[in-house]
Design a protein around this ligand. Structure first.
Ligand code: PMP
Length: 439
């Protein structure tokens, strides 16, 4: 290990606490990955070796690393000013971003509340829903409904919505009232789609308990952190109709699925569904700066007008940060002008094909791929504590890809604009790493 690299590793191991990491494992790691540079779909380590970024660095680098147009937009804004609060001031990057975002959002989304990351975007959505009903005098409408396999972020309230057992267990029952709808484990060859049963339960809940439900929250058509599980657009339409019938809000958490990850700009649009509140982050700034947005309708916005106590008393120091906003505007421009969604279509087909072929390997279960996401499960009872995915990870690293698994689930969610040769290389490494993990 070079001296510079050893110095970084020593400081890290002495002082850092890593996210989603059993720290004993990290402290025992003798060859940790130290990244010094990233370009496009590749990360470069301190020894000059490159790795294809199989998950866009936790699903954020939707346009690859250091896209030159986005870096230039960041420089331009940094020269003008880096930060000013949105309390009593405004500025072009935030105002124009709001306008441009609403123009590409599902119809009816007219207002934008900025925050910092996916979790805060969800937190804003929750507090908005609760206060909307309080402002309307419906004080009992204070519960949320989420799928049992959901993931909506890591702030305390968002954690309570989540259904990944190992994440939620230490905090269960604290603060937020969330009703979890069970999603039976996927059983290959089982006659009923487990999601169809889950959504039927959710519809019934909405009908029976609307008087106490503020909102339901869903990851539209693809549950990411629970293992890249997909469900049908029709189910989303049914739950939207139930929300309309019974006056329950629908929150679409598009933090992962938005910005073309599943194909269209928004995953709910593929179902023709317009939510009441939509959360976006990750691809929103394409991994350049942490920033998020919660979008909503004029009807919800109007529920906060009138006397000052009706206002939404919520905000973050970096709300509408000009650097983040300038970046997010450039991201939208790149999506438009480089036809990112259109060009991703054949890449998504290639991913679907390659992951379907993996299902022929004994011991591999491959749920359908969706858009720029492909996943396989290397154990029948996939869980976060599974080890098989980590064996694939180690082999992929040796072969030149960063393929961090979710326990036994090995997946890719590469930059939408990864070039075709690199995508083929990544898919080949995935296959070889899985064979190695099972061998
Ligand atoms: N919602 C969903 C659907 C997510 O996938 C994530 C992050 N994986 C979040 C919310 C939380 O986002 P963040 O990590 O940026 O707080």
């Amino acid at each position: 290990m070079s001296e510079a690299r050893a110095r970084i590793v020593a400081a890290d191991k002495a002082h850092l606490w890593h996210p989603y990491t059993p720290m004993d494992r990290w402290l025992a790691e003798t060859d940790p990955l130290v990244i010094v540079r990233a370009r496009g779909a590749r990360l470069f380590d301190a020894d000059g070796k490159s790795y294809l970024d199989g998950n866009s660095s936790w699903w954020v680098a939707a346009l690859g690393h250091n896209h030159p147009r986005i870096v230039a937009a960041l420089h331009r804004q940094a020269d003008a000013f880096c930060h000013v609060s949105m309390a009593g001031t405004t500025h072009e990057p935030a105002a124009r971003l709001g306008e441009e975002l609403c123009a590409v959002a599902p119809p009816g989304m007219e207002r934008v509340f900025f925050s910092d990351d996916g979790s805060t975007a969800v937190e804003v959505a929750l507090k908005m829903s609760l206060q909307l009903w309080r402002n309307a005098g419906a004080r009992d409408k204070c519960r949320f409904v989420a799928l049992d396999a959901a993931y909506h972020g890591d702030t305390l309230a968002a954690t309570n919505l989540g259904g990944v057992e190992v994440f939620r267990r230490p905090f269960a029952g604290v603060m937020l009232e969330c009703i979890h709808v069970p999603v039976p484990a996927p059983a290959p060859g089982a006659p009923n789609d487990p999601y169809a049963r889950a959504f039927t339960t959710m519809e019934a809940l909405i009908a029976e308990r609307a008087h106490e439900i503020a909102a339901i929250i869903v990851e539209p058509r693809l549950q990411g952190a629970s293992g890249m599980r997909v469900y049908d657009a029709e189910l989303l339409r049914r739950v939207r109709a139930a929300c309309d019938r019974h006056q329950v809000l629908m929150i679409a958490d598009e933090v992962f699925t938005g910005y073309g990850r599943t194909g269209p700009m928004w995953s709910c649009s593929a179902a023709g569904v317009v939510p009441d509140i939509l959360c976006t982050a990750k691809g929103f700034t394409a991994g350049v700066l942490p920033m998020a947005a919660t979008l909503t309708t004029a009807r919800i916005f109007d529920g906060f007008r009138g006397a000052p106590e009706r206002a939404f008393w919520h905000g973050h120091s970096f709300c509408g940060n000009p650097l983040g906003a300038a970046v997010a505007r450039e991201v939208l421009a790149v999506f438009r002008e480089e036809e990112v969604l259109e060009r991703a279509v054949p890449k998504a087909h290639r991913i679907a094909e390659a992951f379907q072929a993996l299902a022929d390997i004994p011991g591999v279960h491959a749920p359908p791929a969706r858009g720029m996401v492909g996943a396989v499960d290397l154990a029948a009872d996939a869980g976060y504590l599974g080890e098989r995915g980590w064996r694939a990870y180690a082999e992929a690293r040796r072969l030149g890809a960063y393929l961090r698994p979710m326990g036994d689930v090995v997946y890719i969610a590469p930059p939408l604009n990864i070039d075709d040769g690199e995508l083929d290389e990544l898919l080949d490494i995935v296959r070889r790493s899985i064979l190695h993990a099972l061998g």
